[in-house]
Design a protein around this ligand. Structure first.
Ligand code: ATP
Length: 441
């Protein structure tokens, strides 16, 4: 089917082209013309996204005693989706333009006519966003399974499988990073809204009387995480869901929004899901999913405070927040001012010229640093061009080996954002870069 090519705004156009040029992200199945809204992460992109996921995982599990991790299967029993309400209710209202045939989500339209050609629109009808497939060799209704549209249900159904062996007591949480799939009616804006994406979700189980307190706590924690990521705070804000926006399971919901070039958009949701999910699974499975507090001698269904973020959306946020253009000596310098914590490459190592023993020394430094961080060796072209390539890759430090290195074992370290250069001893490099990327205290 011919796909309409959505024109992006100028910043997004530049980001998409930088991502392709430097190997961050490119279209899936590109040699066949691409597949709508599916994107592949290249060498730099996979490092960036992995670093974001690692920071999230560390903040949400390793640094805490009260949160455990899981990795549940993407395919689950269809009974899960029946109980959770997704089979009946995970729908978006869809309208079509009678003239140009473009399709839209009715709840995102500003006017009653087609935004592309001003044509007349059909009546909205509900469209289920879950992808269906078949399990086993026979394609029949009894073998239908769904690709999960959220990772959360894999946590709810495993609530007791995790709690008992981990010897956790309420309040405690379960974190998960994994793929989710939604047959979005209008995907778009690069990796902002896709049909296959990754979620980083945490479900925190609390006593029902303490839900508001924990909700505030998690709002605060999640806000701080974006500060740690180095995101400009004036580009972030909270959006509270009004009564008409609240999901059927939620008592309260707040989104963290980022000001993209295409507007303020959600990147993460913090939700009070009450005991809705565990209640539904308890009823549908016949298993008593209540928690027993042996001190208070009380049995109850916990409330759940969920923090739900998208790894791809946050990758886009980081790229958009980091994109810089400036005039330097009559040229436009493009750089990604990524926090060194998430930069795909931490340092690049350059011999100034490919002779006089410089490549040998540079390679030795490269081999040594490689044991500690993701580093990159480059001896191709003028050093200025090598700097520019690394600026676009978001590499915080470039280390150049020159004539003086051979005399006194010092190198030049050039910092990406200030472009300032300083000389350091080779023996200090691991500590220097390590401290600056915050991996060594
Ligand atoms: P939206 O209103 O943008 O469709 P949502 O409220 O349905 O998002 P949630 O179900 O709360 O989103 O999912 C949590 C997070 O997962 C979102 O904040 C977002 O970062 C990410 N996410 C959801 N849908 C997509 C998608 N289609 N593509 C990329 N990321 C997504």
């Amino acid at each position: 089917m011919a796909k309409k090519k959505k024109s992006l705004d100028p910043l997004m156009d530049k980001l998409v082209s930088l991502c392709k040029r430097r190997g961050f992200v490119f279209q899936s199945s590109e040699i066949y013309g691409g597949l709508g809204s599916c994107w592949d992460y290249g060498p730099l992109g996979v490092e960036l996204k992995n670093n974001i996921k690692r920071l999230w995982w560390e903040a949400m599990t390793h640094r805490r005693d009260d949160i455990e991790g899981v990795d549940a299967a993407i395919l689950m029993s269809p009974k899960v989706w029946q109980a959770s309400g997704h089979i009946d209710g995970f729908t978006d209202p869809m309208v079509d333009c009678k003239r140009c045939k473009h399709r839209f989500r009715a709840d995102t339209l500003q006017s009653e006519v087609c935004p592309d050609c001003k044509g007349e629109l059909t009546e909205p009808r509900n469209f289920n966003l879950m992808f269906k497939t078949f399990m086993g060799p026979v394609e029949e209704s009894s073998s239908v399974v769904y690709l999960r549209p959220e990772t959360a249900q894999g946590v709810y159904v495993n609530f007791q499988n995790v709690m008992v062996p981990a010897r956790q007591k309420i309040p405690f949480g379960i974190a998960q990073i994994g793929k989710a799939f939604r047959n979005e009616i209008t995907p778009g804006n690069f990796i902002f809204r896709t049909r296959e994406f990754e979620q980083m979700e945490m479900q925190y189980f609390v006593h029902p009387s303490e839900d508001d307190k924990w909700f505030e706590y998690w709002k605060d924690q999640r806000w701080q995480w974006y500060q740690e990521l180095g995101i400009r705070s004036e580009k972030l804000r909270w959006h509270e869901h009004g009564k008409d926006e609240l999901a059927h399971y939620a008592k309260t919901a707040y989104d963290i929004e980022y000001e993209f070039s295409f507007g303020w958009k959600e990147v993460e949701g913090v939700h009070n899901r009450t005991d809705f999910d565990l209640g539904r699974h308890k009823e549908a499975s016949g298993k008593d999913l209540r928690y027993f507090d042996d001190q208070a001698k009380e049995r109850y269904l916990p409330y759940i405070i969920e923090t739900a973020a998208g790894a791809d959306r946050i990758t886009l946020l980081c790229l958009a927040d980091a994109y810089r253009e400036e005039e330097v000596k009559g040229d436009t310098r493009v750089s990604l001012s990524l926090s060194p914590k998430i930069a795909p490459i931490k340092a690049a190592i350059f011999p100034l010229v490919k002779k006089e023993g410089m490549p040998e020394v540079a390679k030795k430094i490269y081999q040594d640093l490689k044991k500690h961080f993701k580093v990159f060796y480059d001896d191709g072209g003028a050093v200025g061009r090598r700097y520019r390539r690394m600026d676009e890759a978001g590499t915080p430090y470039c280390i150049t080996i020159d004539g003086q290195t051979l005399e006194d074992e010092t190198v030049t370290v050039r910092e990406r954002d200030s472009m300032e250069q300083s000389r350091h001893k080779i023996s200090e490099l691991v500590d220097l870069v390590g401290k600056r990327i915050n991996l060594r205290e």
